[in-house]
Structure formats: structure tokens, C-alpha cells
Design a protein around this ligand. Structure first.
Ligand code: TYM
Length: 335
């Protein structure tokens, strides 16, 4: 039986199972989800349909999809309180995406920064999925009548287009969708590359020392933080001139809850050695217990299956309700 809580506001968010997750994904998204799960009715999705906008090895996609679910659980997302599911198990996402594609302009899509970057990087032909991708994301969000979408800063543009598409549909066919708002954490909304701190930390980054993976062993994390690019000023200050230091401070703030002032005061006159050591230890102590749990959950295939099947049941029920509404308003004959 599907139980709906009608007094809580709704959250939807998701991550692509397209590569190993980084500290950026964890601090920018998952850590906030954990905080928000009690207050909202949450849908946390493994967005496998999004992952195939670039070529995926089938066996790797299968493995990563389950690993990502294990990561959600290990990080503290409670399957009793939240709906956790795999996007391709809810066909309404694909179907609503087509209906919304017909309410979206080419110009809007081709202006998206992520499309521009990814299409520049792909040698030869560019998959149409890369262009249409934000419409699928809009469909994810709008099908659940989501109020809030917790994401990192890099997804803001996609959220903006989701709002535009929803407003346009509401205007053309009468009120159908809730207009979603982004939720961006106070700190950690954009964790930067440790080697090139003007660039976002990304699982597709070229230099392995630039990113920390959620599954990196403690000694690797310590080495990467120790090698992180800083500057020759030797002062721990939060400003635009010291991008490397600022990034490490952001990581420390997000994990420990310390303020900028507290961090600046603590390391005054000390250079970078102790500061970097403390950043590394903060990351290790945050990730190590999660890593142990991830390994445990990955081994529990039947438990994971139970969760994603139960999640899909509820997600299908809710998403289909919205999809039927869309179809009716567009003028399709009811089935
Ligand atoms: P994805 O899979 O690239 O990233 C997942 C989440 O991690 C955040 N993130 C970061 N946050 C801070 N610093 C970083 N360096 C960093 N790198 C990644 C992202 O902002 C994101 O929140 N299109 C989305 C997935 C998606 C989605 C949705 C999200 C599909 N449908 C509906 C929300 C709602 C994506 O590619 O995220």
C-alpha cells in the first residue's frame, strides 16, 4: 500500500550513477539531504536515465546504480522515512520528459553551460540526450510536485529552466505543477578542484589529485589534501585571491560547522601545514565510517532490492498521477 503524507513539503533530488562520487557530490548534495529528511517528504533518486547521455558500459552502470543506493543509505538517508528509487523503474519520467520537450525551446537548451562544456569535450557527434537532458531533469522534479530541490550550485541553471518549463506549461494548460525552489547549502555548494581551485571538483576531472572520491582510503585523502594547491602568502584567510585556501576552508566549514572567523583565528600565524592536516583529518573522520557502511550495504543485494522496489512502487503511484493530469490537459484520450 502507498502511504502519502500530505502535510509535508516535497523534496526531490538525484545523482547520476555515471562515475565514482566525489567529496563535492557528498558535501554539495547528500549531506544536505540527510539534514532535510525529517522535515520534508523526500524522493531521492538514482538517475540512471541521465547517466546514458554519455556512453556507459552496461555492467558498470548496473554496479554503480546499486553502489549509489548503498551510498545514500550509508550517508544516513533513512529508507523508512524517504522514497529511494531508481529512475528507470518509473517510466513516467521518460514519458513526461517527451511531453515537456514539446514545451521547451531549442534556444533555452543550447544556452545551458553544461551542454556547451560537454558538447565541446565530445569529439565528433554530440548525443541529442545531452541537449534534452534538462527537460528530463524538469520531469523528475515536476512529477512529484516538488517544493524544494537540494543541489550544488552547478545545477542552478537546470533548476531555472525546470521552473520556466513548469510556468509555461501552467500558463498554456492551466495550473498543473508546483514551481520548485532550489536549496543550496550555506557552505559546500561548490567544492573546487584541489589542483585547479578555479574549477569545480568533478568525477570527470583529469588530474586524480584534484578530486577526493567518497571511497578514497584515508592515506589517499591525506596525500591529496597535503598536495592541494595553495599560495605563497602563508595565511589562512577566506578571500578571492586565495582560491585554494578558500576551498580547503569551505571543506572544513562544511564538515565541522566552524565559521570563517573561527578557522582564521585558529590558524593565525601558523602557515598551512597544520591547517592542511586538520582538513585531511576532518575529511577522513567524515568519510571513513560511511565507507565501512557502503561496503556492508553493497553486500546486501536483497536488502537493496527491497528498498528500490518499495521506492518505485510509491514513486510510480505519485508520478503517474501527475502524468495523467498532464496527458488529460494536453488533450489525449484517457486510457
Ligand atoms: P550530478 O550527478 O552531476 O551531481 C549530483 C549532485 O552533486 C552536486 N555536485 C557538487 N556540489 C558541490 N561541489 C561540487 N564540486 C559538486 N559536484 C557535484 C550537484 O550539484 C548535484 O546536486 N542533473 C543532476 C542530477 C539530477 C537531478 C535531478 C538533481 C537529475 N535529475 C533532479 C536534482 C533534481 C546531475 O547531473 O548531478
Amino acid at each position: 500500500m502507498v502511504i502519502l503524507e500530505d502535510n509535508k513539503k516535497v523534496i526531490f533530488s538525484g545523482i547520476q550513477p555515471s562515475g565514482d562520487l566525489t567529496l563535492g557530490n557528498y558535501l554539495g548534495a547528500i549531506k544536505n539531504w540527510v539534514k532535510l529528511q525529517d522535515e520534508y517528504e523526500c524522493y531521492f533518486c538514482v538517475v540512471d536515465l541521465h547517466a546514458i547521455t554519455v556512453k556507459q558500459e552496461p555492467k558498470d552502470l548496473r554496479r554503480r546504480t546499486l553502489e549509489l543506493l548503498a551510498i545514500y543509505l550509508a550517508a544516513g538517508i533513512d529508507p523508512e522515512k524517504n522514497t529511494m528509487f531508481i529512475q528507470s523503474h518509473v517510466p513516467a519520467h521518460s514519458e513526461a520528459a517527451w511531453l515537456l520537450t514539446c514545451s521547451t525551446y531549442m534556444g533555452e537548451l543550447s544556452r545551458m553551460t553544461q551542454y556547451k562544456v560537454k558538447s565541446q569535450n565530445s569529439a565528433g557527434s554530440i548525443g541529442a540526450g545531452l541537449l534534452i537532458y534538462p527537460v528530463l531533469m524538469a520531469s523528475d522534479i515536476l512529477l512529484y510536485q516538488s517544493n524544494l530541490v537540494p543541489v550544488g550550485k552547478d545545477q542552478l541553471q537546470h533548476l531555472e529552466i525546470a521552473r520556466d518549463i513548469a510556468e509555461r506549461f501552467n500558463k498554456t494548460y492551466s495550473d498543473t505543477f508546483v514551481i520548485p525552489e532550489p536549496y543550496i547549502g550555506k557552505a559546500g555548494a561548490k567544492v573546487m578542484d584541489l589542483q585547479e581551485p578555479a574549477k569545480k571538483m568533478s568525477k570527470s576531472g583529469e588530474n586524480v589529485n584534484g578530486f577526493i572520491l567518497i571511497m578514497d582510503p584515508p592515506e589517499v585523502i591525506r596525500k591529496k589534501v597535503n598536495r592541494a594547491v595553495t599560495d605563497s602568502l602563508g595565511v589562512v584567510k577566506f578571500n578571492d585571491e586565495q582560491l585554494g585556501v578558500r576551498n580547503l576552508m569551505t571543506i572544513l566549514m562544511t564538515i565541522t560547522g566552524m565559521s570563517i572567523e573561527e578557522i582564521e583565528a585558529k590558524y593565525e600565524g601558523q602557515g598551512y601545514a597544520q591547517f592542511k592536516k586538520d582538513v585531511a583529518e576532518a575529511v577522513v573522520s567524515e568519510l571513513e565510517p560511511i565507507q565501512i557502511k557502503i561496503k556492508e550495504y553493497i553486500g546486501k543485494k536483497a536488502y537493496l532490492e527491497e528498498i528500490y522496489k518499495k521506492g518505485a512502487e510509491k514513486a510510480n503511484y505519485v508520478a503517474n498521477k501527475t502524468l495523467r493530469k498532464m496527458q488529460k490537459k494536453i488533450g489525449f484520450i484517457p486510457r
